[in-house]
Design a protein around this ligand. Structure first.
Ligand code: NAG
Length: 648
């Protein structure tokens, strides 16, 4: 605000209190008209014949002009007439806490001198426009907690230079936390549906302020960010950020290499010790912690450099063997995996995974599993052989594994495009296009086929996949899906499995402690709903943790049998004329999520329904499909419409 204007304001307030008061009375009465007051006699005192406005309930004055409105616990609903409030030139503070206000977010930014705004405990259930707080240069306190606000946290909040006290807890905010330009003094983002990494500037704040957002990761929380949100996901994505990314990657490479060396070193070292009971080592007073961690003995002393550590670890690894499950792969050894660069891909539920480049040029992924059960080596090998025999275009094969009692490593091919979760929830923030509708349909169909294959070929398992979720669906260069982390239930520690695996989050397990042949179908259903709505299933229930709400019940609460704009992922791009198809797939998803297992589709039916949907597409528009299949990277362009598709 320019200083001449301020001067003008103060002159006005000194010399024209009388006229001011008149217009303020009018403004307040006009404002009252748009409100519906639920509480009897709530604003009875607002009557210019009985009292001057500064005596009215909830009107706070300073030098006879209104600087605050405190209308709390009045069961207010109706609309907030901002234009009327603009007549109150000295208004600095508004509180409408504990009322029943709802509807579109009022244009408070027109009141640009406002210093505090309290809207807590109302019933606002809208998305706040991105620019809702632009120009509010004086705003210090913003309390929006305990409403039902949805959508992303508006970016204009973080642009408000003076904002110190921000409460957004207990809403339904989704998406990433915007990058704050300054650290607020007070902040509360708990109990929303936020996802992704917590901005660095907030990383020293109390954990509690981020609680109840299942998708958040990074400091101060204990959950590390897994690959969909990790910075090393797509090193080429942004040329401007390339150099800093390069540093990150370099750091990650060094860290990963060191981590693998240390881990393997310790395992091997401890094992050797136990087996051979080498007198030299056991007679010693005990190695220092560094020696324990890095796994070498005194003979290595004196050098201590990275290279000597590297050599030492490699020497030991040399004696260990990977077991290969496939003949079509050139054999290599663990040390080959460690020779070149390694990059942390993320920390999954069961342990970290690392990407390494073999000397022959192929990229491999090493996955650590920390929470396996105590199956002995024969049982374990037997199960791995079964998994190794699986062969389907929608399954990511396990190339080799490494068995030690304490830890197992799986080796798989590296899949270029990363996980479906990254594409649905992560890439937008990196400025990359999301997946369009035909690609999404093709992905769910592939996932269905992969599942059906698992069900046919692992008939002895109740839930042959058991852990189907978008971060376990990888996309190859043609955006065809590849399932990973399947068939693990027999070898994972039962307690951990119940805590972590998707099958144990199904309604039948939660209600009746049972897993059935249709449990994977439920996982497929949730995946379908996720791909259509763009919502992260793990961020449900959204509001109170007691409620049993999951993504499926949320969809059911909104879906009224026809196309509903707000339900579907805006990132899907152009969907004109595809609505009927999309709604059909949504119905398939919901039938897969039937809580009553009897009514739920079985895997064959679900796949058939999706195949039918694909067939209709192909018949309806040959041209479209050929465009779709022949695009260089296998991905159809965004502009393709469903026009001409016959959806009888
Ligand atoms: C943050 O919000 C949660 C939930 O509304 C509440 O329980 C907690 O006390 C708040 N913490 C602070 C510091 O405001």
């Amino acid at each position: 605000m320019d200083s001449r204007y301020l001067l003008f304001l103060s002159i006005v307030s000194i010399f024209s209190v009388a006229t001011h008061a008149v217009s303020e009375t009018e403004s307040l009465l006009k404002f009252k008209k748009s409100l519906v007051i639920g509480k009897t006699n709530g604003l009875e005192s607002w009557d210019d014949k009985k009292n001057p406005p500064c005596k009215w309930i909830g009107v706070l004055c300073h030098r006879a002009s209104v600087w605050g409105l405190q209308l709390e616990n009045l069961e207010l609903s109706g609309s907030v007439d901002i234009d009327a409030l603009m007549g109150l030139k000295s208004l600095r503070s508004i509180s409408f806490m504990n009322n029943k206000l709802r509807g579109p977010f009022p244009e408070f930014k027109k009141l640009s001198a406002l210093k505090s705004l309290y809207l807590s405990n109302n019933q606002f259930d809208v998305t706040i426009p991105k620019d809702a707080f632009d120009g509010m240069g004086w705003l210090k306190k913003l309390h929006l907690e305990h409403n039902k606000f949805s959508g992303e946290i508006p970016a204009s909040i973080v642009r408000s230079p003076k904002l110190l006290d921000i409460r957004l807890d207990g809403n339904r905010f989704t998406g990433h936390i915007p990058e704050f330009t300054h650290k607020p003094l007070k902040l509360n983002l708990s109990n929303n549906a936020l996802v992704g990494p917590i901005p660095k500037i907030l990383s020293t704040m109390d954990q509690k302020l981020f609680e109840g957002n299942k998708g958040l990761c990074g400091k101060p929380l204990d959950t590390k960010c897994y690959s969909p949100y990790s910075i090393s996901q797509e090193p080429m994505s942004n040329p401007k950020k390339k150099s800093s990314k390069f540093l990150y990657i370099l750091a990650a490479v060094v860290a990963a290499l060191a981590a693998i060396l240390i881990i393997l070193g310790v395992i091997i070292f401890l094992n050797r010790r136990r087996k051979k009971k080498q007198p030299l080592l056991s007679a010693e007073p005990g190695p220092t912690s560094l020696q324990m961690r890095s796994g070498f003995n005194e003979s290595e002393r004196g050098q201590g450099s990275y290279h000597s550590q590297n050599r030492a670890a490699k020497k030991m690894i040399h004696t260990t063997k990977l077991t290969f499950l496939r003949d079509d792969k050139e054999n290599f050894e663990l040390q080959d995996l460690l020779k070149a660069s390694a990059e942390i891909l993320g920390s999954g539920c069961f342990g970290g995974s690392y990407k390494t480049l073999l000397t022959n040029g192929s990229m491999m992924v090493v996955k650590r599993f920390k929470h396996m059960n105590n199956a002995d080596i024969e049982e374990f090998q037997e199960h791995m052989k079964r998994l190794g025999r699986l062969n389907h275009e929608n399954l990511l094969p396990i190339v080799a594994y490494y068995y030690k009692k304490e830890e197992k490593l799986f080796v798989c091919d590296f899949i270029e495009k990363g996980s479906l979760a990254a594409h649905l929830h992560g890439n937008i923030s990196l400025g990359q296009p999301s997946l369009d509708w035909p690609t999404r349909l093709n992905i769910v169909k592939g996932v269905g086929r992969g599942l059906l294959y698992l069900h046919k070929n692992l008939p002895s398992l109740m839930a042959p996949h058991g852990h189907l979720k978008s971060s376990n669906v990888l996309l190859n260069e043609k955006f065809e899906p590849l399932l990973t982390d399947y068939g693990l239930i027999p070898i994972i520690n039962e307690e951990k499995a119940q805590e972590l695996m998707v099958a144990y989050k199904s309604p039948e397990y939660l209600e009746q402690s049972r897993v059935t042949k249709k449990t994977d179908v439920w996982g497929l259903g949730i995946l379908i709903l996720e791909i259509l709505t763009g919502k992260f299933p793990e961020s449900f229930p959204q509001v109170d943790k007691e409620s049993e709400e999951d993504l499926a019940s949320w969809v059911r609460s909104i879906f009224k049998g026809e196309w509903t704009e707000e339900l579907f992922d805006q990132e899907m791009g152009k969907t004109s004329n595809c609505e009927a198809e999309i709604v059909k797939l949504l119905r398939v998803g919901l039938s897969c999520c039937e809580v009553d297992v009897e009514k739920r589709l079985d895997i064959r039916e679900a796949v058939e329904k999706m195949e039918d949907l694909m067939k209709e597409r192909e018949q309806g528009d040959e041209d479209f499909y050929s465009t779709y299949a022949s695009e260089a990277d296998g991905r159809s362009s965004r502009g393709v419409s469903c026009e001409g598709i016959n959806l009888s």
